[in-house]
Design a protein around this ligand. Sequence first.
Ligand code: S3P
Length: 436
Amino acid sequence: MSQSSQHWVATAGQPLRGDLEIPGDKSVSHRSVMFAALADGVSTIDGFLEGEDTRATAAIFSRLGVRIETPSPSRRIVHGVGVDGLKAADGELDCGNAGTGMRLLAGLLAAQPFDSVLVGDASLSKRPMRRVTGPLAQMGAKIDTQDDGTPPLRIHGGQVLTGIGYTLPVASAQVKSALLLAGLYAQGETSVTEPHPTRDYTERMLSAFGVEIEFSPGHARLRGGQRLRATDIAVPADFSSAAFFLVAASIVPGSQLRLRAVGLNPRRTGLLQALRLMGADIVEENPSTHGGEPVADLVVRHAPLHGIEVPEALVPDMIDEFPALFVAAACADGPTVVRGAAELRVKESDRLAAMATGLRTLGLQVDETPDGATIHPGALGGGTIESHGDHRIAMAFAVAAQRAGGEVRIEDVANVATSFPGFDSLARGCGFGLHG
Ligand code: S3P
């Protein structure tokens, strides 16, 4: 079986045991190839995520005239062309499922002397883009969307951009990053303020590429007209992928897993805090840094979980982890309340609706609100789950099934390969009941 199968059948398996290597971080992989492409000189990237999203970004840079070698899986050698060296592509640029790819590229390509068109798959084609095109227009960019603000993005190059000071209405690392990339080409200074700090990989990595950028949690500022200097990047293992195994081992009695060298950037690890508030037994061992990011092995053992009110301040730090959190909540003792998470409605699917509907199918009561949900735990049964082509919904229900009394059929799982190629074999290898 492979992940390209269109569905999985998942059932409770064995207690989960093993020592797992989780693939590279998606956010870091996207940025590493983008910034290496813009740098002067040759950069090597190790630990690059061989997922469809990040490969789509690499393929786009090849089409923009950047030579990228793949000497072995998860390694890329990028021959940077400099900030002024990209060339017009010979057609539309396909970002696949990746909001990160499309939104960051919108900022970068808005500043080029040539026109570009960015397209995406069915899910990405429904996602809101005005959050980037609006502030980019304030900088002088010209980008057309569909009437409802969705892709394709038709970017008219050759504009003169001017730096702005922008306060984000919603916490979004993608929007912040798009503005900073445009800001590299703009006259004067570009500064971004966020309502809550978001992942700062763009800031940290631009700095590693030699860009002078001032940043602190919630703020970033750079001056236009700077160049990037090639540097080698080591991509840590993706916490968001590790999250499914953290929850799975927590809820399946008798489990113990070690997840090797997982990236623990504090802007990503809200789920770790939430799970610990719920009573999870997760220990960090062998701490070190990897490519400037904190990493550690995570050793997780089964523990009885109890429901919590998820602190709203944690929401941006666990924004990709709510599908996994809902499953932990489903198996806890007492209800879990989520608030302040309306952004989940505009991810790869409406994740509040997808998780609520799926858990109801398995027999639970879930009360949905516009910006959250209350999950009432109970015995999980079998049923057929619509993943809506959302990788994280599919993986979350594969985890939930490990505690289900019946067979869980999960539809439309091919997109798991966008972020976590090999999830199914890794999961089976440590004891999951999971078949194509
Ligand atoms: C990402 C930022 C987040 C996150 C996404 C990756 C990034 O999106 O959900 O998976 O790499 O910058 P938003 O910026 O829309 O919150």
